[in-house]
Design a protein around this ligand. Structure first.
Ligand code: GDP
Length: 419
């Protein structure tokens, strides 16, 4: 069974925890897009980990982890991640990297800085070269991981690409030299070579053998290159449709699509965020939810749950179910608001408009009663206070998708599974 797990908001929804949880049943976990710029935080028996590229299935001894062709790989960064996992006693031989995945090279990181400095309105990139690596892929200047196999050819290709880049971006040389480009890549190559393979037959065989394959999205629909709040988006497609292009599997194979959403909304960086709160409620959510970026440490904007975004994702992603994360964070509020629609120029919208209009969209709120009880020890739906159950039921009714999982804390046990 092929099962996609995708972010239903702006990323940081807690996908890491859910993939870790669902990976227990999975034979293979696949990353299909993105790079090492966002992070999943996972707390388990091995400790606390911030994973950037490696799928969170790595913590299950029987699970194979795949970095698909749609991912961009920063070789030295991946080596660092593999080393930290190995130091914690985790077997990293169960990781494979698609030979078609593109590399993030040192000059992509320099280009990221060069471009962000040149922009009058900052996009708020994480300056890790992910966007420039995707630009090069689209521009046909990219270098694929499989090209690491032939070192002489690789060196020539990277050198030519670097020289062409310097010609296109005057002044780029001030960030580093050819040696700064090549040496880290050559060193990483020695480590990564055994991991690089053609992942297509592997997934084909998995489908034939009816293996359980999880596809793990990075970020969420509101940061999707096409469907998110452009240009404040990531440079790939987190939506479920991109599982097919990024992992190399047919749409007809995907049976389950789990949308991951927090019980409220957070977003880091720039861009429209209609339900963002700048008052004590926003501060409450940030403090209670520890809403700071896993990779960057940046404080996240916090606000009420945005149902138009969930509804939009229910259609575009085709959720077969939702997982509602961090419900415990809402304990202690007298009243909880949810945006049921937006108002834009006198019209009511059930779905987010294009981002250039979204700055002007005003949320239409519905208020629900809060609850005071700490719910982090609840293990069944019936253990939850009635106001919390009412909150869950309201979301389901508004989005038209059932909430199969309710998460009430970071650990695996703090997950309520509904029938
Ligand atoms: P991801 O990238 O979507 O995995 O999200 P992050 O890792 O940035 O954020 C999830 C954070 O919330 C991590 O620190 C998790 O340990 C934590 N977390 C996940 N689920 C819950 C939950 O239900 N309650 C609480 N309190 N924390 C949670």
């Amino acid at each position: 069974m092929f099962h996609a797990v995708v972010g239903a908001q702006y990323g940081d929804e807690g996908k890491g925890k859910m993939v870790d949880y669902l990976a227990e049943e999975a034979d293979i976990v696949v990353r299909y897009q993105g790079g090492g710029n966002a992070g999943h935080t996972i707390v388990n028996a091995y400790g606390k980990f911030a994973l950037h590229l490696v799928p969170s299935g790595i913590f299950h001894p029987h699970t194979l982890c795949v970095l698909g062709a749609g991912v961009v790989v920063n070789p030295p960064k991946l080596v660092e991640e593999l080393t930290s996992l190995a130091e914690a006693g985790i077997d990293t031989r169960r990781i494979v990297i698609s030979d078609r995945a593109h590399m993030v090279l040192p000059y992509h990181i320099w280009q990221d800085q060069w471009e962000e400095e040149a922009r009058s309105k900052k996009v708020g990139t994480t300056l890790q070269g992910i966007g420039p690596a995707y630009q090069d892929k689209v521009g046909r200047f990219g270098i694929q991981m499989g090209e690491m196999r032939d070192v002489a050819r690789l060196k020539e290709r990277v050198r030519a690409a670097f020289e062409a880049k310097c010609r296109r971006l005057p002044g780029l040389e001030r960030y580093g030299t050819w040696a700064d480009v090549w040496e880290p890549i050559a060193a990483a190559r020695d480590v990564l070579l055994p991991y690089i393979t053609d992942t297509t037959p592997l997934l084909y065989e998995a489908a034939k053998a009816n293996k359980h394959v999880l596809f793990e999205g990075q970020l969420g629909i509101m940061r999707d290159l096409d469907w998110g709040v452009y240009p404040f988006v990531t440079s790939s497609n987190p939506i479920a449709g991109a599982v097919c292009s990024g992992a190399g599997v047919p749409p007809t194979q995907i049976e389950r699509i789990t949308g991951i959403t927090k019980a409220y909304t957070t977003a880091v960086g720039e861009g429209p965020f209609p339900t963002e709160l700048h008052d004590e409620y926003g501060a409450f959510l940030r403090d209670r939810g520890h809403e700071y970026g896993a990779t960057t440490g940046r404080p996240r904007g916090c606000g009420w749950l945005d149902l138009p975004a969930l509804r939009y994702g229910a259609w575009i992603n085709g959720y077969t179910e939702l997982a509602l994360m961090k419900l415990d964070v809402l304990s202690g509020l007298d009243e909880i608001r949810v945006a049921v629609a937006y108002e834009l120029d006198g019209h009511r919208l059930d779905w987010p408009p294009a981002a250039y209009d979204m700055e002007r969209a005003k949320p239409v709120y519905h208020a629900l009663p809060g609850w005071q009880e700490d719910i982090s020890d609840c293990r069944t739906f019936d253990d939850l206070p009635s106001a919390a159950r009412q909150y869950v039921a309201f979301i389901e009714e508004q989005v038209g998708v059932s909430i199969r999982y309710v998460s009430v804390g970071p650990s695996r046990e703090q997950t309520i599974v509904r029938g």
